[in-house]
Design a protein around this ligand. Structure first.
Ligand code: PHE
Length: 345
């Protein structure tokens, strides 16, 4: 019977208390140590056998043990109580927390809507890389070396490894989706009909209507005996599906190096119905896309016979279409990831 026995008992009691799993188990341990017939009471009885000198020190230790076990047991009881309160707090009759499912970005939705209209007409939907060769982005599309858009100020050029240039010229971030025309026609024989959604890059200063990155959907169709009237019919059908049957369409002569003849296509203003407003600049018309009959030189570049093949191509800006359709006034809103904007769509 010594003070070191007390500390051994303290250790054993602590382990017992900590490992108890519920009120009943803890009560069993409390009785084992602190009950009237318990270990601590037994030690108090045994104190009688100690000498006068030993008794006070032993008694003090024993009281400390009793107090510390009492408070450990109380703490443990409180922790069981807390857990049971949490258990009881579950109310299966309360309505559940709705899961936040999110939605597709409005640009993705617009791209899908555009591509779906063409898919119904039999066009495939394909994609191409955002890093392009100078050849695919310009040369293959009959854009001559001296054309201003080849200038470093209008295109993001990339540095090749060790400054080396590939045989297809420098690498760049594509400035339009038209290079995918070259890619696809080089790899498959006509007839082809495809639409190509994707990102394009131009070093424009950012403002309400310009962004250094934006999205285009390209489209082209090549076969024998494809005429300008086919282009008109397809784009008419597309624009009526996209903006509603009541819009008027207008084809204005224009110039693109890779199409001849070329046309810009307008729809009657969807805001003022053609009367003239601030959105259409009082003109009553909105410019939507560029188009034309594919230039024979493009066919030569991709290895198609320009005497046999004819086709048309078109390209449109997705942000512009979404802005007009949904009344969005600033292109930067698409890219700021502000949930207050994104959640509206
Ligand atoms: N690539 C042209 C542009 O970015 C659009 C276009 C595509 C025009 C196909 C005609 C034919 O402006």
């Amino acid at each position: 019977m010594s003070v070191s026995d007390i500390s051994n008992i303290a250790k054993a009691a602590e382990t017992d208390i900590n490992s108890s799993a519920d009120f009943a188990g803890l009560e069993f341990i409390r009785v084992k140590y602190l009950g009237r017939q318990g270990i601590v009471a037994g030690l108090f009885t045994d104190m009688r056998n100690l000498s006068q000198e030993e008794r006070p020190g032993f008694g003090k230790k024993l009281n400390e043990l009793k107090n510390s076990l009492t408070s450990l047991i109380k703490e443990k009881q409180a922790s069981f109580k807390k857990a049971s309160v949490i258990d009881n707090a579950f109310d299966p009759t309360l309505p559940g927390v709705a899961a936040d499912t999110g939605s597709l970005h409005i640009l993705t939705q617009t791209i899908e809507e555009i591509c779906e209209i063409f898919a119904k007409m039999g066009f495939s939907v394909i994609e191409g890389p955002e890093v392009e060769t100078e050849y695919n982005n310009f040369t293959g599309l009959n854009i001559p070396l001296e054309h201003p858009s080849r200038d470093a100020f209008d295109t993001f050029y990339l540095k090749g490894k060790n400054g080396q240039q590939k045989s297809d010229g420098k690498l760049l971030l594509r400035s339009h989706t038209s290079p995918v025309q070259v890619r696809l026609m080089k790899s498959v024989k006509p007839p082809v009909a495809a639409v190509v959604p994707g990102k394009v890059y131009r070093p424009d200063a950012t403002d309400a209507s310009h962004s250094f990155m934006f999205h285009q959907v390209e489209g082209f169709l090549v076969d024998e005996n494809i005429r300008f009237s086919d282009l008109k019919g397809v784009l008419d059908l597309f624009l009526h599906n996209l903006f509603g049957g009541e819009v008027k369409t207008r084809f204005r002569p224009h110039f693109f190096p890779f199409t001849e003849p070329s046309a810009e296509v307008d729809v009657s203003c969807i805001i003022c119905k053609g009367k003239g407003c601030s959105t259409c600049g009082r003109k009553g018309w909105l410019e939507i896309l560029g188009s034309g009959m594919i230039h024979p030189n493009v066919f030569k570049h991709v290895g198609y016979d320009p005497k046999k093949c004819t086709g048309f191509a078109f390209g449109m800006g997705v942000e512009r279409i979404a802005m007009l359709k949904y009344g969005i006034s600033d292109i930067r809103m698409f890219f700021e990831n502000d949930l207050r904007f994104l959640k509206q769509f």
